[in-house]
Design a protein around this ligand. Structure first.
Ligand SMILES: [Fe+2]
Ligand SMILES: [Fe+2]
Length: 295
């Protein structure tokens, strides 16, 4: 697809009028009766539709959903941001409570993958039981999507995100094999865009494609320049100073009104954002909800 074809393909789409995003799983502690873990999951209510974006590692999602009065049986789709274990680990449990829910993901989510550091080799991909649960589903229940797709008018998935900024990498020691012969570029990484009267709401999983690449692509896809909120994991833990500076400059240029860094953004990076964007910055915590779009 040429850049001209990609440009503004969802421009004429409607706004979501009533939007609420709840953090079901995150690394950041919320109320005492909620679990937290190194993982991410959001509950997205968009007009009369409900979506689950990622599932966390496994243990936290179902009890947190119950405590927060989120009925996972109402999810019409589960969207996977990518195949890492900390985003896909409760998918089997979700399928137990909502067996017919549709799943949207890139075909690469099922790849075996590793995080390899000098001190250890860690399997970082989807756990075998999750793969088995997916394999047992009837044909058509999983929508394999490498490209962008609009789920409902005003809410879409990016699919694989083109990488053209020269300062963003996948930000980690990721490989597809234990021998480190094949770097894992996390091509399955995708984000959600939502159009509202307030501007775009961008929901990230781990943002392995880079924040600038992701936002630039969403602006192209939607033809929308105004970005109201960015929420999700920004994976900047291993980012260079140059990357952090350029990412912050981009956030300033976009005039983001609300910045909610979650999960893997990096515990040293989060205070930096808070300092640079004191008005836009919002602390993430499990159980927090954000409402948008009602004019
Ligand atoms: Fe993650
Ligand atoms: Fe990840």
């Amino acid at each position: 697809m040429s850049s001209k074809q990609v440009n503004e393909i969802y421009k004429s789409t409607d706004n979501i009028v009533d939007l609420k995003i709840t953090i079901l799983v995150d690394d950041h502690q919320g109320a005492n009766n909620l679990h937290y873990e190194h993982g991410l999951s959001f509950w997205i209510e968009a007009d009369e539709h409900s979506f689950l974006f990622d599932t966390g590692v496994g243990e936290a999602l179902l009890p947190n959903a119950k405590t927060l009065n989120v009925d996972l049986r109402k999810a019409e789709s589960v969207i996977l941001s990518h195949g890492h274990y900390d985003h896909t680990g409760a998918l089997d449990r979700v399928l137990q409570v909502n067996p017919r829910v549709k799943i949207y993901c890139h075909p690469g989510v099922v790849l075996p993958r590793y995080s390899i550091r000098p001190e250890n080799i860690k399997y970082a991909g989807m756990q075998p039981e999750i793969r088995m649960a997916m394999d047992s589903l009837p044909e058509g229940q999983i929508q394999w999507q490498a490209g962008s797709i609009e789920l409902i008018p005003g809410l879409g998935l990016t699919g694989a995100i083109p990488r053209h900024s020269n300062f963003e990498d996948t930000g980690g020691p990721f490989y597809l094999d234990q021998a480190k012969t094949q770097p894992d570029l996390l091509e399955d990484d995708q984000a959600i865009w939502i159009k509202t009267t307030q501007g775009l709401i961008i929901v990230l999983g781990c943002c392995h494609s880079g924040l600038v690449n992701t936002v630039d692509y969403i602006k192209q896809l939607t033809g929308e320049d105004k970005i109201h909120t960015i929420i999700g994991g920004m994976h900047l833990l291993y980012a260079s100073e140059e990357r952090l500076d350029k990412t912050s400059d981009a956030l300033e240029n976009w005039q983001v009104e609300q910045l909610i860094p979650c999960h893997c953004t990096g515990e040293e990076v989060i205070p930096r954002f808070e300092q640079r964007f004191p008005e836009a910055f919002v602390n993430s915590q499990v159980g927090a909800s954000f409402s948008f779009g009602i004019s």
